[in-house]
Design a protein around this ligand. Structure first.
Ligand code: DGJ
Length: 519
């Protein structure tokens, strides 16, 4: 459909196009229950504006959308769309369908109360869980019907205006309290051969498989047929692979049915597992890096598998989720100190499609939120970021007291970016903790760069041995209607008399620097 949101990949990087123009999601996700009250939402929109969001990530609740089977109510969604438009904002919608954080708590009462028609997952002791089994054809059919009615409604309401950018299918799918479902249907599937589609995928991707999957397959003789235990060996890890396949197939079927009606990007999100825990001790078999190939094979209609961050190791997980077949999108991050710096890093270094702290409306002082200051900068740079991606001259940094420096090679120079507090000029330098700092670097030519961010100092060295770098000019400025407007010439104390470019901690800015080399 003309101008509908879509992903466009070129030279190994992917952009979200909306109305055929690149769009970076400067988002925030609502707390789970907020979108169920139109009255409450009235207080939320002004806060979002004050934080310079361009996109709200908001749930659509199956229980309220289809309270009686076949009777749909789209009042809440319509309200979101109307208000998003009034506030010049876009939406990413979360389909709280069969699963929300492993559980089936958002399924309507007519599903919850009909165990015969919609059987539950069971543990080994055969106890039923508040989790609809992914092996239930009836549940899948009901979810597909509800989801396709939702997509039909979005198509009718929005296919001309493109307020709705993407859909998250289900929410943090995962098996608990054991690695695998032991209901009758699940046991039957477990005794069957591994689907040939998965084996074909493993064969075709032997060199790039997640190490955990490759090892299990190799250790068991790289078999190309057999039951799950034959092919991967009897273990909790195999139970998890099995569940990942069937969760993936279920989510994919829902997504594919929805896309057949209105084709916009769709993703699933993952609750990241804590290191050292066994399958079953964390929500298992969701779209996690150690089962990623099973999800990719099972769910080709899902564009992205996306990490939710309630876990400190930002770089570790982003490295695992950023792949040629998986552009990074961060639908959730705990709304905490440092998200301002992480937004720069995710979009600059990982070329993320977007970033979105969770429970965004919980702030009491939206106008003071550091995140809003980062979003104001990234919003201005959006076109430049896109052009830099095309040129291959975009990067980003994230710095802390422990990791206070990074190097980037770009154009004719090596840029060393350090945390501003390493200068020792600020009394804050003595603090036990430093705020995270971060930035985006854009190369305009071999000797000209935009540096944007907070709390960073940049020094330069020519790539050519024996040469030294000098600063010709640094201007601080803004983009107004997409055009660079220099405001202040940053010389003297501001560039340490020609030694560096600096954006202090607590400040957010864009500076354009021009360098020269001398011997
Ligand atoms: C991750 C989930 O995806 C969210 O919906 C929410 O439950 C947060 N965890 C925690 O509040």
């Amino acid at each position: 459909m003309q101008g509908s949101p879509r992903l466009f990949s070129n030279n190994g990087h992917t952009v979200l196009l909306v109305d055929n123009k690149p769009f970076i999601i400067l988002g925030g996700e609502l707390g789970n229950s907020s979108a169920s009250s139109t009255k409450y939402m009235v207080t939320v929109w002004p806060k979002l504006k004050k934080m310079n969001l361009n996109t709200l990530v908001a749930p659509v609740y199956w229980e309220l959308m289809e309270p009686q089977e076949g009777k749909f109510n789209f009042t809440l969604l319509d309200d979101l769309i109307v208000n998003a438009r009034k506030n010049q904002m876009k939406l990413v919608l979360l389909w709280f369908g069969t699963w929300k954080n492993s559980m089936s708590c958002y399924t309507p009462a007519w599903i919850k109360t009909d165990e015969t028609r919609f059987p539950r997952a069971r543990n080994q002791a055969r106890e039923a869980q508040e989790i609809i089994t992914p092996f239930s054809a009836n549940a899948l059919m009901a979810d597909e019907k509800a989801f396709s009615t939702l997509m039909q409604h979005i198509k009718q309401t929005d296919s001309n205006q493109h307020t709705v950018l993407m859909i998250q299918v289900e929410n943090e799918i995962g098996m608990l309290p054991e690695a695998r479902d032991h209901c009758e249907l699940a046991n039957e599937a477990f005794s069957k051969p591994v689907p040939t589609k998965l084996i074909a995928y493993l064969n075709a991707h032997q060199n790039t498989l997640a190490p955990e999957i490759k090892k299990r397959w190799q250790d068991n003789g790289l078999k190309t047929s057999g039951t799950w235990n034959d092919v991967f060996g009897k273990s909790l890890a195999t139970d998890e692979l099995f569940m990942a396949w069937y969760f993936g197939v279920y989510a994919n079927t829902v997504a594919k049915t929805g896309k057949a009606i209105y084709n916009i990007p769709m993703y699933v999100n993952a609750a990241l597992n804590s290191p050292g825990k066994k399958p079953g001790e964390y929500p298992s078999a969701g779209p996690l890096p150690h089962v990623i190939d099973v999800w990719k094979a099972a769910a080709p209609d899902i564009n992205m598998l996306s990490p939710d961050f309630y876990n400190p190791d930002f770089k570790y997980w982003n490295d695992l989720y950023t792949r040629a077949d998986n552009p990074l999108f961060i639908p959730e991050h705990r709304f905490e100190a440092g998200v301002d710096a992480k937004a720069f890093y995710a979009i600059g270094h990982y070329q993320a499609l977007g970033f979105s702290p969770f429970s965004i409306e919980s702030t009491k002082k939206p106008e003071e939120e550091p995140l809003g200051k980062s979003y104001a900068i990234i919003g201005q740079l959006a076109d430049e970021i896109y052009k830099a991606k095309e040129r291959g001259s975009l990067d980003g940094v994230l710095l802390s007291k422990a990791a206070d420096s990074a190097q980037i090679k770009m154009g004719d120079y090596i840029l060393t970016i350090t945390h501003e507090l390493t200068l020792g000029w600020s009394p804050m330098a003595k603090n036990a903790e430093w705020p995270l700092s971060g930035g985006i670097i854009i190369g305009l030519s071999d000797n000209e760069f935009y540096v944007a961010g907070t709390g960073i100092v940049v020094t330069f060295k020519p790539k050519t041995e024996g040469q030294r770098a000098g600063i010709l000019s640094i201007d601080e400025g803004n983009f107004i209607n997409g055009k660079w407007q220099p405001q202040m010439r940053m010389n003297g104390d501001q560039d340490h008399q020609g030694r560096h470019l600096r954006i202090p901690v607590g400040e957010y800015g864009i500076q354009r620097i021009k360098l020269y080399s001398y011997k």
